[in-house]
Design a protein around this ligand. Sequence first.
Ligand code: P1T
Length: 376
Amino acid sequence: MSGDGFETRAIHAGHEPDPSTGAIVPPISLATTFAQDAVGKHRGYEYSRSGNPTRTAMETCVASLEGARHGLAFASGLAAEDAILRTLDPGDHLIIPNDAYGGTYRLVARVHERHGIAWSACDLRDPRALEAAWLPETRMVWIESPTNPMLSIVDIAAAAHIAHERQARVIVDNTFATPYLQQPLALGADASVHSSTKYLGGHSDVVGGFIAVNAAELADELRFLQNAMGAVPSPFDCYLVSRGVKTLAVRMREHCTNAQAIVRMLREHDAVAKVMYPDESEVARRQMRDFGGMVSFLANDEDAALELVTRTRLFTLAESLGAVESLIEHPARMTHASVAGSPLEVDPRLVRLSVGIESQADLLADLKQALDAVAG
Ligand code: P1T
């Protein structure tokens, strides 16, 4: 039984009390194999790579949050992306954003290109750029919105319209927004993909990936790949994601509030040349509930950026994002080092913040002392 509200589904969808004991939290099913009553006659589970009750519970819950009919969990965000890219055939062409997670670029340019997938990068903020990049072989458009690390916004409905007129699929990496702030399938996307390592898990203690889809045919293809490739999460990892999403809505509200206070401070500070945050985008106002917990900005030069990231105390210098604790990093040398020399090259003055849910005053004070120090 699940009510309709997002917060209710986050807690109850797929998580009925255990029928044998009444346990409110369904047990973590560690079994790798399941007894069959006769050959081919089983109770829904045969072997844990193919399906596992703890994974089913998590997949049901996160699919419900995405407003999706089907959900598939993977061992990492990149494993989920890899499964989607494997629905393409050699000779197919893929359009990727010219601003995206460095690992996504690396997977396309250094793994799938070798297996015959052609690709080009374009500025997806402009629907005309998408039309101009189109080739007769284009079969897929990969969107991030907001993008990592520039926090650019792509009009998902407009891109889906263009792609569907041309019989191509649209995939949205919804990691930065989360299903609480943005629902790509309702905007026309064919799949919403996540690094559940980030906000879905929410506590920097699990690596995982997720794909939400509506079409049965695409779900079947991805379910086949999930089992055939075997990049599945452990039952314990699935449990951690289930536990994380129960508080997704409350965490996201705090992430957004803290991020907005930090954006206001950054916009006034002399050590900051430019702030990137989705609140300036008309499209973001239309397609998102709020603007999220990620903030990027340009320091006055690269040396200032490199010094700044070592001067914060509460904002820990580390890769990753989306958890309760605040992080700071230098994308050009850290998360996006793999895009150096590519069309996705990152400005070396850029600093990226993952704003956590600590006390707002403490976060502001920590960042301000670091900015004051580099401002001289
Ligand atoms: O790390 P993994 O769970 O495999 O997810 C990859 C991934 C996919 N999509 C986006 C938008 C991401 O940001 C990531 C991972 N990103 C970082 C580790 C980072 O610090 O940007």
